[in-house]
Each structure stands twice: as structure tokens, then as C-alpha cells.
Design a protein around this ligand. Sequence first.
Ligand code: ADP
Ligand code: MG
Length: 362
Amino acid sequence: MDQIKIGAFISQRRKEKGWTQTRLAEELGITDKAVSKWETGRSMPDLSLLSPLCTLLEITLNELFAGERIPEPFLKKKADEILMEVITNWLGVDRCGKREEGGAPSVPVPVLEVQNISKVYQSDSGPVPALNDVSFQIHRGSFVGIMGASGSGKTTLLNLIATIDKPSVGAIWLNGKNIADIPEEDRADFRRGHLGFVFQEYNLLDTLTIYENIALALTIKEIPRETVEKIVLDTAERLNISSILDQFPYEVSGGQRQRCACARAIAVNPDIILADEPTGALDSHAARQLLDTFSTLCREDGATILMVTHDVMAASCCDRILFMQDGEIKAALDRNGEDKQVFFADILKKLQQTEGENRDLF
Ligand code: ADP
Ligand code: MG
């Protein structure tokens, strides 16, 4: 936002109307001095005066912030640019989705915004609606769970956010970019650069050691070798897998493999980590360790995690749960700092409400 340009534009529009500064000030019920300050770029109109000022000068709010007339064909593009600029000024550049040193930010910033998405698959027997008008936001540093019966659309939703598939309708904004629009040929690069995956089948390469598996994600991002080594060692220490870095995936336990997948996902500092049933194949001790790791990453590193789970215990570690049914989000539950046990009971209650008494809970 260029305050001087805005001031000059106010002055120009005022003169085009044949008004003095005093006349404009009178119309707005303020002092001449205030108008003079705007016009010389020394101050900006008060929030409450923006709208009446635009009406008097016969300009739009976008034009006022741009400090110029905006021809009709460019209106939409320009309007979006200005909005981003105003938001960026307002929030501060570094808070817009970037991870900060020293923990989660105090102002919640939506990392992910899913906007009215629907997905219809085409099959031999006709169209299959999998998602219907789904909308939600996820803020940076939060750990969000998705629950719902089989066939309710959880994997479809995750695949759309993972850019593995495209929505039939709607937008998915990740840090301000509509990822539903990314062309097919750019999606793999986008995933490597911006997303982390922790799926039930570990997706580790059996011919590489644990160290190499984690390092691979970074090598693809063209990070220098010394930096790669430091990141791998640091991440491994955090996830308590330093002692197995030289082993191969088939030589370590399921829990360790899953923590390795987790290390690989977080090492690249992704915008969001997507986890589909990450605890599904783990014993309860290993599951607990993985969930503790997820919680710590969100709380201390400002990581953002979206996890599909059937497991109420796993869900009770989240900050928020979205309940899906028949391709829609039917309910949401916020933990609001409650104890895990209390949240566990709340989730059970909500599942019974949304899916009936006969649900197989585990
Ligand atoms: P969930 O992960 O909750 O079990 P899914 O997202 O896998 O649910 O499936 C939602 C609905 O979409 C189901 O009715 C399923 O049969 C259908 N579906 C999923 N994938 C496809 C596909 N590739 N082609 C046709 N139908 C699909
Ligand atoms: Mg599924």
C-alpha cells in the first residue's frame, strides 16, 4: 500500500469534483487538517471514513487502496492483489503461513481453506457422489482429525488436498494458493515442496536406510548436503530414531518405521502434514508415541496436521475433530483445552449422535 499514491489520488478525485479540502472535510464531518494529512500521505483515513469517502469521491474501495482508477477488465485481479496486500500488511509478512521460531503463533492463520468442494466420481454404473459441498479451515499449528464411517468420503477429501485428485467443484487454498488449479505436470513437485504424508503403509523405500529415506525427501528439494545431514540428524533425534538411522526399514519395528515416515514428512517443513490412518497398523504403545510426536510438532513447531482416523484414542489427541457422513461434514468438535479423557468422552458421544448407536467404534 502506497500511502503517498493514495493521498495524491484522493486529492485528484477531490479536484475533479471541483471541491476544496474544506468542502470534503465538511461532507465527512472532520477537520481540513485531516484531509490535508491524507492528501500528503502523512496519514490514512480512519476505518469508519473509508466507505463514505469512496462514495463522495465516486470510487471503489479497491481503487482507493490502489491509489488509481482500475479499468473494468482488471478489476477482479487488481482487487485480489490489493486484498492480499492489505492482509499482508495487517498480519505481517512472516506470519502469513511461514513457520516461526519459538512455537505456534498467537494469531491463528488459516493454512488450509477448503471451500465448497464437491467430488463426483464417474463409474460404469453412473455418477458416484463422494463429497458434497464440504467447507472448513485449518489454522497453523493445529492438529485436526477427520472421523467417519467407511465410504463417508475421508480418503477422497485427503486425496483432493494432497493434489492426487481434483474436486469437481470448489477451491482448496493452501497458504493462499488454490491448489485445485495446479496443472497435472506440476503436482508432483508441488507435493514434494509443500506437503508431508504419513500413511498407513509406510511408503518407505526398502532398499534405502532410514537415514537415506529421510534424506531423500530433502535431496529432491535441492538442499545442500551438509544442511541435509543436519536436518536428518536433528529430526531423527526429535523422533527418537537416531539409533536406527543406518538400518533398513524391514529391520526395525512398525512404530519406528512410522516415526521414520513422520521424520521424512516433517524434515521438509511442509505447509501441512496429511496422515491417513497413521496409527492403524501400530500397537498401542507405538500409536501413543506417534500421536505424542504429532501433538508436540503442532504445539512446539507450529506444524499443521490433518489426520484421518477411526481410533477414538487417536482422535482425542487432536485439537479439533470433523465428523463426516455421506460426503458431508455433519459436525465438528473443538477440544478447547479440555483433558484428553474428557475430549475422548465427547467424541464418543458425538459419534453416537452422528452415526447411531450401532457403530463399531474400534
Ligand atoms: P472413506 O475413505 O471415508 O472410506 P472414500 O473417500 O474412499 O471414503 O469413498 C467415498 C465414496 O466415493 C464411496 O461411496 C466410494 O465408493 C466412492 N469412491 C471412492 N473412490 C472412488 C473411485 N475412484 N471411483 C468411484 N467411486 C469412488
Ligand atoms: Mg478411506
